[in-house]
Design a protein around this ligand. Structure first.
Ligand code: FAD
Length: 536
């Protein structure tokens, strides 16, 4: 082999060999595997990329980056580690859009999933033929008119959108931002304004192909290998690497009516939100999307998440914010096709008549389906051009029970945030229906029995020298919740002790999580950056 490959393999194995003097089996085994050793690289640029993420707060250096060109390569890599006397750590990296090093592997191997990315399968000779698929749309014979897409875990949601639209179809559940991978969002949950109606992205999945921590390639679903299927969905990368997901599709609409309404009273705002997501009746008249934002003195009216309010109204809105210190913005959307524009206009009108926003503070846009779903991209490109996309992002995302959301408003939006006066970036607050989540899956939501809970997201951007102030604010928010006994859960969680993780999952779910870990990744190889089982 070329010298650099030996060098990389030595870097991976030496620390482990030192701790296991005499056990040379791993080294022999490692060097024998020529096929994959050529795909292990350690050039400084690749290592640096794999040691940073969107958060820009945690930096863990891997020994090597693995660039697979087939699913078999991933199988070989994981087997190699699993069968070694001392296994090495492996983290799949999608887009690295985590904020706390979740896709990193200190002294281990980061699998750069991007290597597998292509739109259509062009590798029919692969052993897992037709399963390393890129993106392919199928008619589902079992469901009559149903359709699904088979999509590689490495693919981006934006590419899934464009590809499925070619067939007039699209998935129903989204994230706000589409340049994330299927594997990355399914390892968390995948939430947005569609979740109240269609569930998180993990609930639209019919089937998965997974490479487990033993290096086994397994196809799983609710019917077959259901422990693996339920474990992987929301499983923070702990049980296997997702190489294919089968995702349900529906006919795609052409246009979207997009509305924002301003409120000064939080209880009126949340009452309207809850009423809208609980509306029964005609499926076609229900909303397709609902979110909400907090507007404060500290932040601009428009931000990278979407530029919506007309410039001519900025002054008017800002004076209202100054008057009330905090405003709340309800955001809703309804899909339609060209022929149904009149109907949708009437439905929105009726809907608005029943809402209690501040009169005169009602804004509407009429956009294409793609423009709506991809609404964050233009903000991203603008920030990138100003060098402001790669700054630190000390984010905090939480789920809050409905019964405590008013207390949260008083203690956090009205007190902590006002006192510290540092918030920059969007602050989201929107409700979702519990019955759209599947409790058998690993994703974790508040334990109580309430029908609704809220997603709250502080999507901060900070400078390199002041991110700790945001982190301190995040800690104060969590302390407030703990003292007030608000039974919250973190979304995109990050903890560093097993006690905290046990609390996060709760005793029952943690027991299942442990059992699944022992079954599918008993040597604790996968996704060490989550710090659940590898927290040194
Ligand atoms: P990575 O950061 O690369 O990986 C995340 C975790 O998943 C790691 O532990 C990794 O090892 C594991 N992993 C990655 N690929 C695989 C795989 N194929 N199989 C198994 N495990 C894997 N989230 C929402 O729910 N809704 C939103 O609206 C939303 N908006 C966002 C907007 C922005 C600008 C950003 C930066 C993030 C947003 N997120 C949102 C969070 C995002 O969904 C998560 O951070 C997600 O993990 C990012 O996907 P990724 O491909 O970058 O994953």
């Amino acid at each position: 082999y070329p010298f650099p490959i030996y060098f990389i393999l030595l870097i991976i194995t030496i620390p482990r060999l030192i701790s296991t003097v005499g056990k040379t089996e791993q080294w022999k085994f490692t060097t024998k595997n020529s096929n994959i050793s050529q795909k292990l690289i350690n050039d400084p640029k690749a290592i640096e990329l794999a040691s940073s993420d969107y958060g820009n707060l945690v930096h863990e250096f891997p020994a090597a980056v693995f660039q697979p060109s087939t699913v078999n390569d991933i199988v070989s890599l994981v087997k190699l580690s699993y069968n070694s006397s001392v296994p090495f750590l492996i983290a799949a990296r999608g887009q690295g859009h985590s904020t706390r090093g979740q896709a990193m592997a200190r002294d281990g191997v980061v699998v750069d999933m991007k290597g597998l990315r292509r739109l259509k399968n062009n590798n029919k000779n692969n052993e897992h033929n037709n399963k390393n698929v890129g993106i392919e749309v199928f008619e589902d014979p079992k469901v009559g008119f149903g359709y699904y897409v088979d999509v590689g875990g490495e693919q981006l949601w934006i590419d899934v959108l464009y590809e499925t639209l070619e067939y007039g179809l699209a998935p129903v559940s989204w994230t706000d931002y589409l340049y994330l991978t299927i594997g990355g969002t399914l390892s968390n949950a995948g939430i947005s304004g569609q979740t109240f109606r269609y569930g998180p992205q993990i609930t639209s999945v019919h089937q998965l192909d997974v490479v487990t921590g033993k290096g086994e390639f397994v196809t799983c679903s609710k019917q077959n290998n259901s422990e693996l299927f339920n474990g992987v969905l929301g499983g923070l990368g702990q049980f296997g690497i997702i190489t294919r997901a089968r995702i349900a599709l529906e006919p795609a609409p052409k246009r979207v009516k997009w509305v924002r309404l301003l409120y000064s009273d939080f209880s009126v705002f949340t009452k309207d939100q809850e009423r809208l997501i609980s509306m029964k009746g005609n499926k076609n008249s229900a909303l397709d999307y609902l979110e909400g934002m907090v507007l404060m003195n500290q932040g601009p009216i428009n931000n990278w998440r979407s530029s919506f309010f007309p410039l001519t109204d900025h002054h008017r809105i800002l004076s209202l914010v100054t008057q009330h210190t905090v405003l709340y913005c309800l955001e809703i959307a309804k899909y339609y096709d060209y022929h149904s524009e009149n109907n949708v206009n009437k439905e929105i009108q009726v809907l608005l008549q029943g809402l209690n926003y501040i009169p005169g503070f009602h804004y509407e846009k009429n956009v294409s389906f793609v423009e709506f779903l991809n609404r964050v991209r233009s903000g991203e490109l603008k920030l990138q051009s100003q060098g402001l996309w790669d700054v630190p992002h000390p984010w905090l995302n939480m789920f809050i029970p409905k019964s405590r959301i008013l207390d949260f408003n008083l203690g956090v939006f009205k007190k902590i945030i006002q006192k510290r006066n540092i918030t920059t970036g969007p602050v989201l607050v929107y409700p979702m229906n519990r019955n759209k989540w599947d409790n058998e899956m690993s994703a974790t939501i508040p334990d109580d029995e309430e029908d609704i809970f809220y997603a709250v997201g502080f999507l901060h951007s900070s400078g390199f020298d002041n991110w700790k102030a945001f982190d301190a604010q995040n800690k104060e928010i969590l302390q407030f919740c703990n003292h007030a006994k608000i039974n919250y859960k973190l979304y995109l969680p990050h903890y560093s002790t097993q006690e905290e993780w046990t609390n996060h999952f709760g005793p029952k779910k943690w027991k299942t999580f442990l059992q699944r870990k022992n079954e599918f990744d008993p040597r604790m190889i996968l996704s060490p950056g989550q710090r659940i089982f590898n927290n040194n």
